[in-house]
Ligand binder design. Structure first.
Ligand SMILES: Nc1nc2c(ncn2[C@@H]2O[C@H](COP(=O)(O)OP(=O)(O)OP(=O)(O)O)[C@@H](O)[C@H]2O)c(=O)[nH]1
Ligand SMILES: [Mg+2]
Length: 305
């Protein structure tokens, strides 16, 4: 139920889709979490953390924004990346405003040109948002567009929140009038099964070595709210390689336990209920191919990849 008045009672209520476009690792998911006010999108210090489109939803009395978080845009190297980039481009085309997020420490970032190329193709209004300004205090930022005609240029820190209030105010001005599309207490357009699997994937990024997380996918098999006080969640970690299995499990199961404990805390936060988390590791050499085929068919992957 929406507690907030719709356009019937509030003709100035705003509703819009805001796309976050940027190179990998610029802080798109961190900004989505900051704007939503809760961690719903996973974050890591390594590039290509986000793999699937996810909407964060922010609602207040005067506005609802759907914040479209997509994978970092890059020149696709293989069929899997190509499928991800096509979904990303499609998602941006549906947005009212695109925020071109860039790392303020790297104005000449060589990773940015593919981002600009994708944004140009969308023909949507675009704002330049320099992120991570906490790392470059007191600096003024260039507004060069190289083919993009920026409507606005802002500096923010998604991490500390600096400048984010001004960004919200500017979006409130600019978004179209419309009734809310989502329930006012809904924080994301993805279900808890997906988000739970994502939280496990985040911990895999945190605790495993450089390369392994990229060979892994996570998938919720069981999400049972009726087994007692705790929600019973069974999640499978899929790996492309047999050799990864003992590393993920660790000595005497220690690594899997550490990953499970950290993920459980995040999932309990999301579910607002105690959770029993059951993690399994399975070798599935073709998971990437399976997801790619689903994406090509225009289907949402059933695997939290
Ligand atoms: N100092 C600083 N670090 C930030 C800021 N925003 C994000 N980060 C860090 O940058 C890293 C990447 O953040 P993410 O939010 O995962 O970046 P992303 O753009 O979603 O990355 P992909 O999903 O891989 O495309 C993390 O280590 C964040 O903590 C910021 O404003 N300041
Ligand atoms: Mg991300």
């Amino acid at each position: 139920m929406n507690r907030y008045p719709s356009t019937e009672t509030n003709p100035t209520h705003k509703m819009g889709f805001v796309g976050l476009a940027g190179a990998p690792n610029v802080g798109k998911s961190t900004l989505v979490n900051r704007l939503v006010g809760q961690k719903i999108s996973i974050v890591s210090d390594r590039p290509q953390t986000t793999r699937e489109r996810l909407c964060g939803i922010r609602s207040d009395a005067t506005m609802q924004m759907a914040l479209v978080d997509i994978p970092g845009i890059l020149e696709p190297r293989d069929a899997f990346n190509t499928a991800l980039m096509e979904t990303a481009a499609q998602s941006l085309k549906d947005c009212d405003i695109i925020l071109h997020l860039r790392d303020a420490r790297r104005p000449g970032d060589p990773a940015d040109p593919p981002v600009r190329a994708m944004i140009r193709r969308t023909k949507r209004p675009v704002w330049l948002v320099w992120n991570k300004i906490d790392r470059v205090p007191g600096k003024m930022f260039p507004a060069e567009g190289e083919g993009l005609d920026y409507v606005k240029v802002l500096g923010i820190s998604a991490k500390t929140g600096r400048g984010v209030g001004a960004l919200v105010d500017a979006l409130r001005e600019a978004l179209p009038v419309g009734p809310p599309l989502f329930d006012e207490d809904q924080l994301s357009d993805r279900d808890l099964r997906f988000l739970a699997a994502e939280m496990v994937r985040e911990k895999l990024f945190r605790y495993l070595g450089e390369e392994i997380p990229y060979a892994l996918a996570t998938f919720t098999d069981i999400f049972d709210e009726d087994r007692g006080e705790k929600i019973y969640i069974g999640i499978t970690i899929l790996t492309e390689r047999e050799a990864h299995k003992p590393i993920i499990i660790g000595k005497g199961g220690a690594m899997l336990k550490k990953i499970g404990q950290a993920a459980r805390a995040e999932i309990e936060n999301l579910c607002q209920r105690p959770v029993y988390l059951d993690l399994r590791v399975k070798v599935h050499p073709r998971w990437r191919k399976d997801i790619q085929q689903l994406l090509e068919l225009g289907l949402k992957p059933s695997i939290s990849s």
